[in-house]
Write a protein of this length. Structure first.
Length: 196
């Protein structure tokens, strides 16, 4: 199910309210009407930027709870619990930009030989997940276009994100998944659907 820009606006508002509540020492609760409208279970990531610098990105690759609740939890975690970045400060709120990626369910990329993986990945369309017993890594579809990677570089960097060697995908023991995302971002005070 595709979301409209109007729906994305409500969800980005949920993300912002969830972050603001933390500064007020309040437990944020998604309103019943919004919870009901976005009760569908979808994977989602919330990316936060201050002056175009990424300051947090956390989400749920799998559809494990209602979309509105996932957004609220992911936004709070991205703002205050992403270990790669210092927690968001209250004074940064005025420059905060929220980007929302609503995911399709990850599907295993089926190959007979690992060398086929690059040909099965569409840059600008697919995001990637690599999982094995030692770790998991996920990169959103927009990351490959932002870094101008080809499919092999995208696979290598997803391995690195999992804490594995860059060519780890070249091994049938790994599970390689792809997914797509509908991406919405704030731009000049408006919500737009981002094309990648």
């Amino acid at each position: 199910m595709k979301l409209t820009v109007k729906q994305a606006e409500k969800l980005i508002n949920v993300a912002r309210e969830s972050i603001s509540a933390f500064f007020e020492d309040k437990e944020y609760e998604v309103s019943e009407s919004v919870k009901k409208e976005f009760s569908m279970e979808r994977g989602v990531f919330v990316s936060l930027y201050v002056k175009e610098q990424l300051i947090g990105c956390i989400g749920f690759p799998e559809p494990i709870m209602g979309l509105a609740e996932s957004v609220a939890k992911a936004a709070k975690s991205a703002a205050f619990e992403d270990v790669r970045f210092p927690p968001l400060k209250r004074e940064q709120m005025k420059d905060l930009r929220v980007e929302l990626s609503v995911l399709t369910e990850p599907e295993v990329i089926k190959v007979k030989n690992p060398s086929e993986y690059p040909s099965k990945v569409k840059i600008g369309v697919d995001g990637l997940i690599i999982r094995d017993d030692f770790g998991a890594g996920l990169l959103l579809p927009q990351v490959a276009t932002e870094w101008n990677w080809d499919a092999k570089e995208f696979l290598d960097n997803t391995c690195k994100k999992a804490g594995l060697s860059p060519d780890c995908w070249n091994n049938m023991k790994r599970n390689v998944y792809k997914f797509q995302a509908q991406i919405f971002t704030e731009q000049n005070g408006k919500i737009i659907e981002k094309k990648i």
